[in-house]
Design a binder for this molecule. Structure first.
Ligand SMILES: [Fe+2]
Ligand SMILES: [Fe+2]
Length: 257
């Protein structure tokens, strides 16, 4: 049994949908796939993508990203949408809470971002006005999304009796984002993640942590934790970075080295 990782499938996009459909229907039938958020904002696209993947893997794990929590007119708010997505996963048999897979524990961590990677005022926030989440996410009064999602994780922040692989959509630490001077979107670190995600994954003694969201892929070990981002990204981003137009799965267990 091998555990693979991917994020940011964005299958609203036809090319991305085709890449998912092209994954072998025979090669991974004994394997597990971790999907670290951003399939789509549309429930029907999320469901059809999960169905496509379920026919190709033995077991799927999923956490919603920010795109999943965008609401249309008939949705009341982003927390209700989050709950609908968890109910969909439950109906499809897709794990959104910790489960042991053979000799490892897989621990999904719900999360959001807080902009706590830099002291206030130390980073350019002038590009944030057009940030889509500020327009398409709706939060109930008194709800701070990061605190809300981290509190949902709380019962699962405990000791585990086997190695732990954790995953979140958002970034757990600043070192995983390139410095602002090389970023196209200078304000990205403010809407990327939080040190509080890092605190939770350290508390459960995670060996490997998968994340997504920035679409800047990484495979980097920091203080004995291997951090992986393997985002499929948008076709224009794959072209921009000169990568071939294919979907690669990153193996996170067993560790290949
Ligand atoms: Fe994304
Ligand atoms: Fe995202």
């Amino acid at each position: 049994m091998t555990i693979y990782a991917i994020s940011d499938l964005h299958t609203d996009n036809r090319e991305n949908r085709e890449l998912v459909e092209q994954i072998s229907t025979t090669e991974f039938l004994n394997d597990t796939l971790l999907i670290a958020g951003d399939i789509s904002n549309k429930l029907e696209v999320i469901e059809s993508t999960l169905n496509t993947l379920q026919a190709r893997f033995k077991k799927l794990f999923f956490v919603p990203g920010n795109h999943e929590l965008w609401v249309a007119k008939d949705d009341d708010h982003s927390i209700a949408k989050f709950e609908r997505i968890l109910a969909l996963c439950s109906r499809l048999g897709i794990a959104t809470s910790p489960q042991r897979v053979e000799d490892v524990w897989i621990v999904p961590l719900f999360s959001w971002y807080e902009g706590d990677f830099y002291p206030a005022g130390n980073i350019n926030d002038s590009q944030l006005e057009g940030w889509s989440d500020f327009h398409f996410c709706q939060w109930p009064d008194q709800i701070d999304p990061l605190s809300y999602f981290l509190a949902l994780n709380r019962p699962n922040i405990r000791g585990y009796d086997r190695p732990v692989i954790s995953f979140s959509h958002f970034v757990p630490r600043l070192e995983l984002i390139p410095p602002p001077e090389v970023l196209f979107f200078k304000s990205l670190p403010l809407v990327s993640g939080s040190n509080q995600i890092e605190a939770q994954l350290r508390e459960i003694n995670s060996h490997v942590h998968l994340f997504g969201h920035t679409h800047i892929n990484r495979d980097q070990t920091i203080e004995d934790v291997r951090y992986v981002q393997n985002a499929l990204r948008y076709p224009r981003e794959r072209k921009m970075f000169g990568r071939s137009n294919r979907l690669r799965l990153t193996q996170v267990w067993p560790t290949s080295s």
